[in-house]
Unconditional design. Structure first.
Length: 179
């Protein structure tokens, strides 16, 4: 195999690939959770959530492929087994648990926010420590995708309590200026 000479040491590339495999595992697990909720949701919100989650798991499938291809671009090999995904994932599963629709939404919000925090850390590490601005930029794009998905989910349950989250106060809302 030809050596890869892209301005990163072998150690830097290996560290970046390790981070990306964690992101791949978390994204894949979130895809599975989103698809499972898409199948299982019931109640008055069924159609809205069923369609929203289909859009989201399709976007997550694209992200999974993009992450795997970034790993290959750097000369690595993406994990690709259920065992590997579970070993690398920082998200947790909830087997044999079928929550109500609003709880499903809340859990997905927490998972997206967890991934966003991980991605922020990985962006910092790729840029400041590993000097791989290309991967940092790539991860920023993933982070934006998760931020938008979390926003869509938060908007769905706006005004309902999510465990451990304070409700927004009216003071936090910008008021239009009066003339």
């Amino acid at each position: 195999m030809r050596p890869i000479n892209i301005g990163l040491t072998e150690a830097q590339r290996c560290d970046v690939i390790e981070l990306l495999n964690h992101d791949l595992a978390d994204t894949y697990l979130l895809l599975i959770k989103t698809r499972k909720y898409h199948w299982d949701v019931v109640g008055p919100q069924f159609r809205t959530l069923h369609e929203l989650w289909q859009e989201q798991y399709e976007a997550l499938a694209v992200a999974v492929d993009d992450i795997a291809e970034r790993i290959r671009t750097l000369g690595g090999y993406p994990i690709g087994t259920a065992e590997g995904f579970l070993r690398y994932a920082t998200l947790k599963e909830h087997p044999n648990d079928l929550p109500a629709a609003t709880e499903m939404v809340g859990r997905l919000i927490l998972d997206h926010e967890h991934l966003i925090r991980n991605l922020r850390h990985h962006v910092d590490k790729c840029s400041a420590t590993l000097h791989d601005e290309g991967t940092a930029d790539f991860l920023i794009g993933l982070m934006k995708t998760h931020e938008e998905m979390a926003w869509m989910l938060r908007s769905f349950i706006d005004g309902e309590a999510i465990a451990g989250r304070p409700q927004p106060s009216n003071r936090a809302v910008a008021q239009p200026a009066t003339l």
